[in-house]
Design a protein around this ligand. Structure first.
Ligand SMILES: *[C@@H]1O[C@H](CO)[C@@H](O)[C@H](O)[C@H]1NC(C)=O
Ligand SMILES: *[C@@H]1O[C@H](CO)[C@@H](O)[C@H](O)[C@H]1NC(C)=O
Ligand SMILES: *[C@@H]1O[C@H](CO)[C@@H](O)[C@H](O)[C@H]1NC(C)=O
Length: 490
């Protein structure tokens, strides 16, 4: 036991935190294994590593929040190891909706999130809602007041904005008074904004006493008008994690600033305290991924909606035809790290190509058609050409396409003036037709009054007798007309 505590403090957990962690069996075994492996990789920490760095004077953060650069590396390594270990131990994952703001919650967002999680192929162990716990959270808030860690405050929202906000004049009011007022808040005796419940703690950024409960006379889509006080993110998140016995609460780095309030609250109420791990958010070049920025693009009409295929939201990627496997592969390749990484979209696109290469049967399509008439074929010629569904693997079936006297090729596959290195069709240079078994040679170039090439007359001969052409091009005959959408970078 003592050895495990020592092991945990060696990765930067405070003694108190290490003791708490130890209470959780699954976490203890995961961490122990991970730390042993990491120590094995990095060697044991030296005295210098373990020396406590002085705390930043302003941010009175929780103890284990003060990390040296080296610790950051270690903790990151522990994280990956931990993740692998939990996977190996059939770790489970909850999907919980933090539906604490009745004004913002709508069923359609929940459905959309659930849809996307399922589309990516994940089945949450359970789907829960913060609102399932409204009664428990309320009871805990009463307990928090009793313990002297929270008070009812009447400062207005505007007064709390900005820096150098003076401490609340109600901070030291008697516990009994806060208990009575908090109950009045719940009973709907105050108007919106007249009272809040605040926690007696200092956040990382120096902000004092974050709000735990506020009054809102907006019905909640799950609990109706049962409540007129609603808990905030800072109050709700860690307590719901604790109630659900979550081992690790994973979130992006922005939430690092909330970590001290996470630990503070669990400790202040003396309830089981999960571990919060932050990772860097995935950033892509040529686009924006922040919710706030995307909303702005939608509102100003730059993009049509959240699923505009030029965006990289999951709905947009799905609409664009990106397979979910490709997105999962991409995430696996990018990895989970604490550092802020920016990734090029072509890495994602290459993952998409890898998947489609094996799963999407090929079809020939011409985007900018040029009409070609093959004059040495009889007028009613119609042949069936057999084309493999996957050129790299003939075992995966074939389909037939028509081949007639009139075909269409890509405008860019013909040049009237030969250029060095150009391998496709010119008046002097024949070209092969992919899959058709023919090589065509230009006889006549037909132009419109503006001098634009509108049609070619060619003759064909079998590729068995013709000299091997420098290139084979794609073509269509009796084509289906379709709409093709090509996307520029945003
Ligand atoms: C969490 O763990 C406690 C104690 O082991 C148990 O009483 C409780 O039912 C668990 N809650 C959930 C949601 O699993
Ligand atoms: C994401 O990348 C953009 C530039 O591509 C940069 O301006 C922004 O700061 C990055 N954000 C993060 C969180 O790394
Ligand atoms: C497509 O897959 C085949 C094997 O099935 C492979 O030989 C080929 O290189 C792949 N093409 C691309 C563009 O990845």
């Amino acid at each position: 036991m003592a050895d495990i505590l020592k092991l945990f403090t060696s990765i930067g957990l405070s003694e108190q935190k290490a003791k708490e962690t130890q209470k959780n069996e699954a976490l203890t075994s995961a961490l122990t294994e991970a730390v042993i492996q990491v120590l094995h990789l990095l060697g044991p920490k030296t005295e210098a590593d373990l020396e406590k760095k002085p705390k930043a004077p302003k941010a009175k953060a929780a103890e284990n929040d003060v990390k040296t650069e080296k610790e950051e590396v270690t903790v990151n390594a522990v994280f990956s190891e931990c993740e692998l270990f939990l996977q190996a131990n059939n770790g489970i994952c909850f999907l919980r909706y933090d539906d604490t703001n009745p004004e913002k919650e709508e069923e359609k967002y929940f459905t959309a999130i659930k849809d996307m999680v399922e589309w990516l192929g994940y089945t949450p162990y359970d789907i829960t809602h913060a609102s399932d716990n409204f009664q428990k959270l309320y009871d805990l808030a009463v307990d928090l007041i009793r313990r002297g860690h929270a008070y009812v405050c009447h400062q207005k929202v505007e007064e709390l904005k900005g820096h150098n906000v003076p401490p609340s004049p109600w901070r030291d009011r008697p516990t009994e008074e806060s208990l009575v007022l908090f109950e009045r808040m719940k009973k709907g005796i105050f108007a919106e904004g007249e009272a809040t419940l605040r926690m007696k703690m200092v956040m990382e950024d120096g902000k004092m006493d974050p709000v735990a409960y506020r009054i809102k006379y907006t019905p909640h889509h799950r609990t109706g008008d049962e409540w007129c006080i609603y808990p905030t993110y800072d109050y709700t998140h860690c307590l719901c994690d604790s109630i659900e016995n979550i081992t690790h609460s994973l979130c992006t780095k922005e939430f690092q600033a909330r970590r001290s309030s996470y630990y503070w609250l669990c400790n202040a109420l003396d309830v089981y305290c999960p571990v919060q791990w932050e990772y860097g958010r995935l950033n892509l070049t040529y686009t924006v991924v922040s919710k706030r920025k995307i909303i702005k693009l939608v509102e100003t009409g730059v993009v049509r909606d959240w699923d505009d295929p030029r965006l990289f939201t999951l709905t947009a990627l799905r609409r664009r035809g990106f397979p979910p496997e490709a997105i999962n592969n991409f995430c696996a390749r990018v990895g989970v790290t604490v550092s802020q990484t920016t990734t090029e979209p072509h890495l994602l696109e290459s993952c998409v190509r890898d998947v489609l290469n094996d799963t999407a049967p090929r079809a020939m399509a011409v985007l900018e058609p040029l009409k070609v008439t093959i004059t040495n074929l009889p007028k009613d010629t119609k042949m069936d050409v057999r084309v493999p569904n996957f050129p790299a693997n003939e075992d995966k079936g074939t389909h037939t396409i028509p081949f007639t006297r009139t075909i269409f090729i890509e405008q860019s596959d013909f040049r009237e003036v030969m250029e060095k290195g150009y391998k496709r069709l010119t008046p002097e240079q024949p070209v092969g037709l992919r899959h058709a078994g023919y090589v065509i040679s230009v006889q006549k170039v037909i132009k419109d009054s503006q001098g634009k090439v509108v049609e070619l007359e060619v003759t064909c001969c079998s590729s068995e007798t013709a000299e091997k052409p420098k290139a084979f091009i794609h073509w269509v005959s009796q084509p289906l007309v379709c709409e093709v959408r090509l996307y520029e970078r945003l």
